[in-house]
Design a protein around this ligand. Structure first.
Ligand SMILES: *Cc1c(COP(=O)(O)O)cnc(C)c1O
Length: 392
């Protein structure tokens, strides 16, 4: 496909593989296996698999490959591998790079399951150092001769802290380490990760890319040598490949991704600025607001404030629950990046397994509500959030 197409064109056309029927829409090849014309052809395919050849859906499938090719094109990497979930992607991206005795530096502002993967690697003899990802001196100080990977969420869940991808990449590369980023909150629309020096970009495609809360998925984007080398080797043999049906859903999601994510970010900015300073709020956290500690960095890295807002309500859990229960348009759920607006109370749900101290360290208070703004009418959302705050 054309290299000079812009992202919005690639989101619709890139990576399409058409069958002999010339179908307009992306075809769903719901098949785990492929027939070889002869025994010799089967033997040859296991020696070298050509670009239009497949063996088994755990290794690859035409629908899944369309999704991978489209993701690589929009992220600006040479290749991509589609995984069963965001966690299968992150687990694969990290695990295939380290062995016992190696060292990972990671930001402690992180999604609970990502922390759990680091704990599992720790049990296998990988050393892990957790630091404050916004502190560049902490990254520098944590580097060791055996550091293989620096890992962080570019925008943290749920505190919305923004981590400096360019500076951390420079520090990692100077120490001979690779940079793996969980870019779920930024979405591919607000991603400049590759340009800023990140080596490996992971997404939970369950979020903005599906966009309708239907299926799980993940993807790892990186160099061809890494993706078709250690990453594919790890994921295809440990069973983390994406289902072709899910890849087909994700391809449809990508077609409208730019329109949805920009509308969501506009709603997030509208809601955050409309209710900031409300008497029930101790704090409104939104990277697009001037008072966010990394506002300038967020605008430089993403060009926008993103689709997520966090509110810290005065009055702790009780006030947060009253607020959640009073919302009429915004649903209480834990997906994000969805067309529907969704609110979550991290302290009692997604980050419940952390201790009070661990939560405090990453800025999760009992009054915090994380909100993913959808594509509904902005004025309706402002009215809903304002009314719920009044009721809190
Ligand atoms: C949801 C999420 C994940 C995990 O993705 P799944 O698709 O649920 O496995 C990882 N990182 C972040 C930041 C997420 O929001």
């Amino acid at each position: 496909m054309s290299k000079d197409w812009n992202k919005r064109t690639k989101l619709v056309h890139e990576g399409i593989r058409r069958s002999q029927y010339g179908e307009l829409a992306e075809a769903l090849f719901l098949t785990q296996g492929f027939i070889y014309p002869s025994a010799e052809a089967a033997e040859a395919r296991f020696v070298e698999t050509g670009p239009d050849e497949f063996i088994y859906a755990r290794y690859g499938n035409p629908t899944t490959r369309m999704f991978e090719d489209r993701m690589a094109a929009i992220e600006g990497t040479e290749d991509a591998f589609a995984c069963a979930s965001g966690m299968a992607a992150i687990n694969g991206a990290l695990s295939c790079l380290v062995k016992s005795g190696d060292h990972i530096v990671a930001a402690r502002q992180m999604f609970g399951s990502c922390l759990h993967v680091l704990k599992i690697l720790g049990g296998f003899g990988v050393e892990v150092t957790l630091i404050d990802g916004t502190d560049l001196d902490a990254w520098r100080a944590a580097m060791r001769p055996n550091t293989k990977v620096c890992f962080f969420e570019s925008v943290s869940n749920p505190g919305l802290e923004v981590i400096d991808m360019k500076s951390v990449s420079d520090i990692a590369h100077a120490g001979g380490a690779l940079v793996v980023v969980d870019n779920a909150f930024a979405s591919p629309i607000f991603s400049r990760a590759v340009e800023l020096g990140v080596d490996i970009v992971c997404y939970s495609t369950t979020k903005h890319i599906d966009g309708g809360g239907r299926v799980l998925g993940g993807v790892v984007c990186g160099s061809r040598a890494y993706i078709r080398g250690p990453l594919e080797m790890f994921v295809k043999h440990t069973g983390g490949a994406m289902s072709p049906f899910h890849a087909w859903v994700m391809l449809n999601g990508l077609q409208t991704l730019d329109l949805r994510v920009r509308a969501q970010a506009a709603n997030a900015a509208t809601v955050a600025s409309a209710v900031a300073g409300h008497p029930k709020l101790a704090r409104t956290i939104y990277p697009g607001l001037m008072d966010h500690p990394q506002h300038a960095l967020a605008i430089e890295q993403m060009g926008a404030g993103g689709t997520m807002v966090a509110f810290d309500l005065k009055g702790g859990k009780e006030a947060a629950f009253r607020f959640l229960n009073a919302l009429r348009i915004v649903s209480i759920s834990n997906n994000l990046g969805d067309a529907k607006s969704i609110a979550t109370h991290p302290a009692t749900t997604t980050h419940k397994n952390l201790s009070q101290e661990e939560r405090a360290l990453i800025g999760i208070t009992d009054g915090m509500v994380r909100m993913s703004l959808g594509i509904e009418d902005g004025a309706d959302l402002v009215a809903d959030v304002r009314a719920a705050l009044d009721a809190a």
